[in-house]
Ligand binder design. Structure first.
Ligand SMILES: Cc1cc2nc3c(=O)[nH]c(=O)nc-3n(C[C@H](O)[C@H](O)[C@H](O)COP(=O)(O)OP(=O)(O)OC[C@H]3O[C@@H](n4cnc5c(N)ncnc54)[C@H](O)[C@@H]3O)c2cc1C
Length: 401
């Protein structure tokens, strides 16, 4: 059965929370709901870290605990098992960002190889995920994307970066563990797409080992997907994509404006939604494609579930995976899992200090009234109200008795 059009008012994902956890989440999401406070606290946290002030304990007990599985994969095991007990998978996501030295990227590759081996062994981790910018110098990616001739230093950075990416993808193939490549800013995305698609054609012979990501807030992505599906048909490989709306809209628009080139982002949210749903449909209708639906948007998940039903697919068809971020949209994840759909949480991990940029992005992102933080906060307030009403009703009943 597809998901119902209307979400149930109350969700077991929230009623299962202990009162201490509910209070903790209400406090945190209430705070994050204040855009201005988030901005100020984010700036303060960055300064404190730069000055070496000991704020890691505070970060660990608050925002890290909400959005990350742990500082390493061993610490994530408890969260992976807790999620698995509700039929929810985990996608380990090493969330260290902005390290650009060759040594740091060599270390990142080692950590990713360990993570991949962990994911391949664990029955509750259907996929592994990574960002190419963690393995390749941003200068090299940028210049490759622009098609500029590279000087010898950048050429060497590009060669070493490509080698790291190939090592990881080849290992995924050896372990037969699916690996997803996150999409990044448009000005570095072309080499990421090119390398990922080449690996897809090499390794996706009979199953989706390498999975690329499409940001449907870009107006050129639907055509890109059509071309990729045609290539897959001609060459006989399994096309595999995660479809998302896209995380860097303000940054993309601002850069396009300041450098006076055409805005790569759709003119409206409705246009992004339309292309997101169309890409979903194209992938579902393809005879072999794999689709990961990376979204917190319930109507898009309902639509995909209706299309699956129309195609006669069981909810647990292995060709589709729904995914949300840890600590976000637990209600939707719970609803999908309870209805029998394959669903997983991105499980960010890494040392507190190094995942802070990821965490601050999470907190700042959508702290506006229509954002995800507000949606989550509203849901928590609803659960608080439900519990208060229940208590009041119980007290009335015992007074009557
Ligand atoms: C599992 C998972 C994996 C992800 N992986 C990636 C990734 O690899 N790369 C990446 O960039 N992001 C990634 N994201 C983030 C994603 O792209 C979105 O930023 C986020 O999920 C919000 O979109 P939504 O579909 O959940 O919700 P919605 O609230 O329905 O959509 C919000 C999104 O709509 C778009 N939008 C909003 N306003 C406008 C407007 N005026 N005009 C045009 N478009 C607009 C923006 O993309 C915005 O983020 C991932 C998200 C999830 C859940």
């Amino acid at each position: 059965m597809p998901l119902p059009q209307e979400a149930p008012l109350y969700s077991p994902a929230y009623s299962r929370l202990s009162s201490v956890d509910l209070r903790r989440k209400l406090w945190l999401f209430g705070l994050m709901n204040q855009g201005r406070i988030v901005q100020v606290l984010g700036d303060l946290a960055n300064l404190a870290l730069r000055w070496g002030l000991p704020i890691q304990g505070l970060v660990r007990a608050t925002i890290f605990r909400q959005f990350c599985g742990g500082e390493n994969l061993h610490q994530c095991t408890r969260t992976i098992e807790e999620l698995a007990s509700s039929s929810i998978g985990s996608i380990p996501d090493y969330s260290v960002e902005g390290q650009d030295s060759e040594q740091a990227m060599d270390r990142c590759l080692q950590t990713l190889l360990e993570g991949l081996a962990f994911a391949a062994r664990n029955p509750h981790t259907p996929l592994f995920v990574f960002k190419v910018s963690g393995l390749v110098s941003s200068t090299a990616l940028h210049q490759l994307a622009e098609g500029r001739p590279l000087n010898t230093v950048v050429q060497e950075q590009a060669r070493r970066g490509r080698e790291r990416v190939d090592t990881l993808l080849q290992k995924a193939h050896e372990l037969q563990c699916s690996i997803m490549v996150d999409a990044e800013e448009s000005w570095i995305q072309d080499p990421i797409d090119q390398w990922t698609m080449e690996a897809m054609s090499r390794y996706n012979i009979d199953k989706p080992i390498v999975i690329n990501t499409l940001q449907m807030y870009r107006w050129d992505r639907l055509d890109y997907l059509k071309q990729a599906l045609q290539l897959a048909d001609e060459q006989g490989f399994v096309p595999a994509f995660k479809v998302v709306r896209g995380a860097y809209m303000e940054k993309e628009r601002e850069r396009a404006r300041s450098m006076a080139y055409p805005d790569p982002i759709q003119p409206t949210k409705a246009a992004t939604d339309r292309d997101f749903n169309e890409a979903t449909q194209l992938l579902l209708q393809h005879p072999k494609a794999f689709l990961c639906l990376g979204t917190h948007n319930r109507p898009s998940c309902v639509l995909a579930s209706v299309q699956m039903n129309d195609l006669g697919w069981a909810p647990n068809n292995p060709r589709i995976l729904y995914a949300q971020l840890l600590g976000m949209s637990d209600r939707l994840t719970g609803e999908l899992a309870d209805a029998g759909y394959r669903v997983a949480k991105y499980l960010p991990y890494g040392p507190v200090k190094e995942v802070l940029p990821y965490l601050l992005r999470r907190a700042k992102e959508n702290s506006s009234a229509a954002g995800e933080i507000s949606r989550e906060y509203a849901q928590l307030l609803l659960e608080q109200k439900r519990r208060r009403n229940l208590n009041a009703a119980n007290q009335t009943n015992s007074a009557d008795a």
